[in-house]
Design a protein around this ligand. Structure first.
Ligand code: NAD
Ligand code: TYD
Length: 351
């Protein structure tokens, strides 16, 4: 009997890399990709593995309790890796309720289904919740986020993720279900939706459109290649201690403006443009409301206890990412041909 592992949000950016890794590495699992297919969910991300024997897709909205319950009636579930979420801070500022529904209520619906099914028998079971470093707030005065850093979420997105983390820990304490949480820094890599900084800038540079940099471009993020995040999720799911939290990060801090300049240089070289041509597209625009200044992760616990470390440098990862977007023009075209134009108009016209 194969073990049934549900991966939620498996059609999204990070989720699709996790699904691929699990499908390829664990023939003894049946991987159930649970996804609602919002604007961010794209089954094209999984074309290469969609016919695998140990893979199945289930279209489910985690906000709809009945849909979640039906899925759990269909499968005896051994593990859940929970990535489904609304994930973009700017969208959370214009539409916080959607974030509260998906990230908080959706997580509660999954936890309730697990408690109901696992009651009395949690041997070999695991509910693994994927969270973000943004729950810890903003590091304006230096230092790093460690696993015990107090929560201080400052956007509707991070507050909804913090709420879901609290629910997961509360269910562990109250109902004794085995849980693990990991909090990761900013991801980049193939298949990221071009609302996030790096693919949005890529798309604009390619099309010679202005690159909107919020404020003065001084905000700092700690960037991790998505495949290294998926590798960390694999290690934590299989070797992590139930009840524990692990921080994941690449020890790779960049000021937004420096990152954009690096991306411009890489693209000038790959597109045979003259040096400095793409940088001219940089445009400083109105800052994001409540914009967190700096995130930086201390991932020593994960590195020391579970032996994980990033596999690529930032320059390598960014180069691979640019190559992927250049080679997958059709993917990007399909993604931006839908509601993206209207979103872009709304988001950037008044900045
Ligand atoms: P994404 O927006 O690319 O993908 C989210 C996926 O969840 C999509 O496939 C979407 O269809 C699905 N989804 C959304 N609402 C749903 C619902 N109601 N029911 C079922 N499925 C639904 O997100 P991502 O960047 O891949 O992030 C995945 C997870 O990792 C999120 O939980 C996010 O908070 C976390 N995370 C992301 C980053 C990052 O830099 N992107 C960093 C740390 C943690
Ligand atoms: P983003 O990719 O949205 O991730 P997050 O807000 O979760 O960190 O943004 C990364 C950084 O880039 C953040 O400081 C906001 C900034 N940013 C811009 O300057 N311009 C943009 O168009 C976007 C989308 C982000």
């Amino acid at each position: 009997m194969k073990k049934n592992i549900i991966i939620t949000g498996g059609a999204g950016f990070i989720g699709s890399h996790v699904v691929r890794l699990f499908v390829n590495n664990y023939p003894e699992y049946k991987i159930i990709n649970l996804d609602k297919l919002t604007y961010a969910g794209n089954l094209e991300n999984l074309k290469d593995i969609e016919k695998a024997d140990n893979y199945v897709f289930e279209k489910v909205d985690i906000v709809k309790k009945e849909e979640v319950e039906l899925l759990f009636e269909k499968y005896p579930v051994d593990g859940v890796v929970h990535l489904a979420a609304e994930s973009h801070v700017d969208r959370s500022i214009t539409n916080p309720n959607e974030f509260i529904m998906t990230n908080v209520i959706g997580t509660a619906n999954l936890l309730n289904a697990v408690v109901k099914q696992w009651k009395g028998n949690t041997d070999g079971k695991m509910f693994y919740h994927i969270s973000t470093d943004e729950v810890y707030g903003s590091l304006d005065k230096g230092g790093f986020f460690i696993e015990s850093t107090p929560y201080d979420p400052r956007s509707p997105y991070s507050a909804s993720k913090a709420s879901s983390d609290h629910l997961v820990r509360a269910y562990h304490n109250t109902y004794k279900i085995p849980v693990i949480i990991s909090n990761c820094s900013n991801n980049y890599g193939p298949n990221q939706f071009p609302e996030k900084l790096i693919p949005l800038a890529f798309n604009n540079i390619k099309n010679k459109k202005t690159i909107p940099v919020y404020g003065k471009g001084e905000n700092i993020r700690d960037w991790l290649f998505v495949i290294d995040h998926a590798r960390a999720i694999d290690v934590i799911f299989h070797k992590g201690t139930p009840g524990e939290t692990y921080n994941i990060g690449g020890n790779n801090e960049w000021k937004n403006i420096d990152l954009i300049r690096l991306l411009c240089r890489i693209m000038d070289s790959k597109l045979n443009r003259s040096s400095g041509e793409s940088e001219k597209l940089i445009s400083f625009v109105t800052d994001r409301a409540g914009h967190d200044l700096r995130y930086a992760i201390d991932s020593n616990k994960l590195q020391k206890e579970l032996g994980w470390k990033p596999s690529v440098t930032f320059e390598e990862g960014l180069g691979k990412t640019v190559d992927w977007y250049l080679m997958n023009e059709e993917w990007l075209q399909n993604v931006v041909s839908g509601d993206y134009g209207a979103y872009y108009e709304r988001q950037y016209k008044s900045r």
